[in-house]
Ligand binder design. Structure first.
Ligand code: IPE
Ligand code: IPE
Ligand code: MG
Length: 269
């Protein structure tokens, strides 16, 4: 089971929060929309890219905390297919930051047994970025701890369309036969094939929308929004999100246990 000893300082807010977590009921998969970098920079009269740069420390913190908690999957939303609408200088700055992050962190990821995988239309990214990402994938392929996905040039609708295209291609290769597809079978055509759906979806910076993130997979994810801007997000905020998650009752369309038990038999037709 997770061991935070030596990771959270005795007497700190992190210790107080993490001591309330039920380690037997952690989310298997946490998805996170990292938002608010621009606003963080604007509040300090800095260029937007400084906000993105500051966000790297939050990425480090959250990845390490999830690894310590022994969370199985973490998916961070770093660049959407719609972010290309932004000025070219912001996009090229983000690409440089991705390369920088990979160079800086790859050894740590390997040391911490973290398996790295980008999801999205990676083939459309700059070749230099693709090369760094591929290096990360290859060098962490044998890691068996936290599965760390980073969504880059990602769109939820794009992912579903890409899945349908793959399915059609496969069926053409098999003589045009329409395969038997159900929900389970279809998930194997998504970028997240083989991974459990997110249990907890966190968004920073107070925005109440999903912005095209993991549309298929979040059907029953618990949504948690914090006002904290991404560059200010630390282990403490992750603990708060997990504590909120553990107070929720997940019903998946069914009834709450207590309600089902008290309903008179006559009404159960
Ligand atoms: C999130 O921060 C990072 C990316 C989308 C790349 P934003 O850049 O969206 O920051 P705000 O929302 O403008 O504050
Ligand atoms: C979502 O944030 C995308 C990422 C965090 C990478 P945006 O800032 O792009 O989303 P909107 O425009 O507020 O919906
Ligand atoms: Mg934003």
């Amino acid at each position: 089971m997770a061991n935070l000893q030596g990771y959270v300082k005795p007497g700190s807010i992190e210790e107080s929060l993490s001591s309330q977590i039920d380690f037997t009921r952690l989310p298997r998969h946490i998805a996170l929309i990292m938002d608010g970098n621009g606003r963080w920079a604007k509040a300090r009269n800095l260029p937007r890219l400084s906000g993105h740069r500051a966000g790297i420390q939050s990425v480090r913190d959250v990845v390490e905390t999830c690894a310590r908690l022994e969370i199985e999957y973490l998916t961070l939303y770093a660049l959407s297919v719609d972010n290309w609408k932004r000025p070219a200088t912001e996009i090229s700055g983000l690409m440089r930051l991705i390369i920088e992050y990979m160079n800086l962190e790859l050894d740590t990821l390997i040391r911490e047994n973290i398996r790295f995988r980008p999801i999205g239309r990676i083939e459309q990214l700059d070749p230099a970025v693709q090369q760094e990402l591929q290096k990360g994938v290859a060098r962490t392929a044998a890691c068996t701890g936290l599965n760390f996905n980073i969504a880059l040039n990602y769109g939820g609708r794009t992912e579903i369309v890409d899945g349908v295209k793959r399915l059609l291609k496969e069926s053409l290769a098999h003589g045009g036969q329409i395969p038997a597809v159900d929900e389970d079978a279809f998930t194997s055509y998504l970028y997240t094939a083989g991974m459990p759906d997110p249990d907890l979806l966190i968004r920073t910076s107070g925005e109440m929308r999903v912005s095209n993130f993991l549309l298929w997979q979040i059907a029953y994810a618990e949504f948690y929004v914090t006002e904290t801007l991404w560059p200010d997000f630390r282990a403490q905020h992750l603990f708060e999100a997990i504590l909120h998650y553990q107070r929720r009752e997940r019903r998946y369309g069914g009834l709450s246990d207590s309600f089902a038990a008290t309903e008179p038999l006559a009404n159960q037709r």
